[in-house]
Design a protein around this ligand. Structure first.
Ligand SMILES: Cc1ncc(COP(=O)(O)O)c(C=O)c1O
Length: 421
């Protein structure tokens, strides 16, 4: 039987640490860009995952696998919890959420008292969206490339309370980030109280001008809520670079933490006025933990976030971002060179995008092409319908091999030349 002491020991499977050590020995002092195409380094990282290689998983935008040793840490803690839940889970494991809070706060560059652990970005964002006091007629500004669930949440407030939701659209790919910022600023009126948008969209992978909008909104007393579901763990960032007061993210996407993890950041001064989604006592008004009042839940999932963060730090966010962009360029630039019928709706520059990119091909319906890639090649892809554009979203991850990227690009090249019927 596992003892409390055993469960307390930090878990970093020997092979996982070994993979990182070997990878770092291969890396030497090369820059992230120099390392981005080095298979000797990245194959060590790939080995940290038990992925199903009978599929080529190019949908890492929805949700990502966690490295095997992180999954094992979570399973170990689930077993330990189940031996005597009230004792092992509540008394031994749950208090360690404070270490997770501290680790995530250090990574994001905020105080631990500003960091709440959630079960994903939706929970973080719904705390923000439902938690702000708004009156009938107050305006909320969103874009029509916001995540669907967040739009649904605003629309529910619109139906229930008579707030007014206004939406802006922007071209894809946009001429510049400045253009997107201008589209948002132009739509602000004296009644605008809140602006909410994603840090990076799930549709084309466009990185949005967060800092510019925050700087514009603050003197106007407009709250800016950022949906960072795809951003944290994907590319380098800190709270101070973004200047945000509110930020929510998933951790089961780019941080590669177990499924059912996320965080909500709320600046200290803003906590009193942001109600939690589940009720808390007045004594908790200024306590970030009020956003964690969700009832009984597994401690194992959120505690394993720290192991995922340690793995991420072992690679380094700069290296990871450089590799993700290298993998994206490898297929996207090749397909663009293949035929003028190919369109990539994601800008290539590093300030505007990372792993996610959307493409379409004249004369090949995107949904049929997506189904063909899955049926013929077992390539998991994401058809994206939108009223103003559409295409297939392709999202590799650090465990994606060059062979997998090339098999995908070969298949699409075949489709371009010979069709899919
Ligand atoms: C932009 C964006 N926001 C929020 C979410 C929801 O995240 P979660 O499933 O972690 O709640 C997603 C999921 O894909 C997303 O793409």
């Amino acid at each position: 039987m596992a003892s409390a002491g055993l469960a307390a020991a930090p878990m970093f499977r020997e092979t996982a640490i070994g993979a990182l050590f070997r990878a770092n020995a291969v890396a030497g002092d090369r820059t992230p860009d120099e390392l981005a195409d080095d298979e000797a380094y990245w194959s060590e990282i790939q080995r940290a995952f038990d992925t199903d290689r009978t599929l080529i998983n190019l949908n890492n935008g929805g949700v990502c696998p966690t490295p095997s040793h992180v999954l094992e840490a979570m399973i170990r803690d689930l077993r330990f919890s189940n031996e005597a839940p009230a004792e092992h889970m509540w008394r031994v494991l749950e208090p360690r959420i404070e270490s997770v809070r501290r680790d995530l706060a250090r990574e994001f560059g905020c105080d631990p008292e500003e960091m709440a652990i959630t079960r994903g970005a939706s929970e973080a964002l719904e705390n923000m969206i439902m938690g702000l006091d708004l009156k009938r007629g107050d305006e909320v500004l969103v874009t029509n490339q916001n995540y669907g669930r967040m739009l649904t949440a605003w629309q529910q407030r619109e139906r229930r309370e008579g707030i007014v939701v206004k939406s802006v659209s922007f071209r894809v790919p946009p001429p510049s980030m400045k253009y997107i910022a201008e589209r948002i600023k132009e739509a602000v009126t004296p009644r605008t109280r809140v602006i909410e948008f994603p840090h990076i969209t799930n549709l084309t992978g466009q990185i949005m001008p967060v800092r510019e909008i925050v700087d514009f909104a603050r003197p106007r007393n407009i709250e800016v809520l950022i949906d960072g579901a795809h951003a944290f763990g994907h590319f380098p960032m800190t709270r101070d670079e973004l200047g945000v007061d509110y930020y929510g993210t998933s951790l089961h996407k780019w941080l590669l933490a177990p499924i059912g993890t996320g965080f909500l950041y709320v600046r200290k001064e803003k906590q009193k006025s942001l109600w939690p989604l589940m009720a808390a006592a007045p004594s908790q008004d200024n306590d970030i933990r009020k956003y964690e009042e969700i009832g009984t839940h597994p401690a194992a999932n959120h505690n394993a976030i720290s192991a995922a963060l340690a793995f991420q730090r072992g690679i380094g966010i700069e290296r990871k971002f450089a590799r993700l962009r290298f993998l994206r360029d490898r297929w996207a630039k090749r397909l663009l060179a293949e035929s003028p019928r190919v369109h990539v709706l994601t800008p290539f520059d590093a300030k505007q995008s990372g792993a996610l990119a959307l493409f379409n091909i004249d004369g090949l319906p995107y949904d049929k092409l997506g189904a063909w890639l899955m049926e013929k090649y077992r390539i998991v892809n994401t058809p994206i319908p939108h009223p103003e554009f559409n295409g297939i979203r392709i999202t590799p991850n650090v465990y994606t091999t060059l062979d997998e990227i090339d098999t995908f690009a070969d298949a699409v090249t075949k489709a371009i030349k010979k069709g899919i019927s």
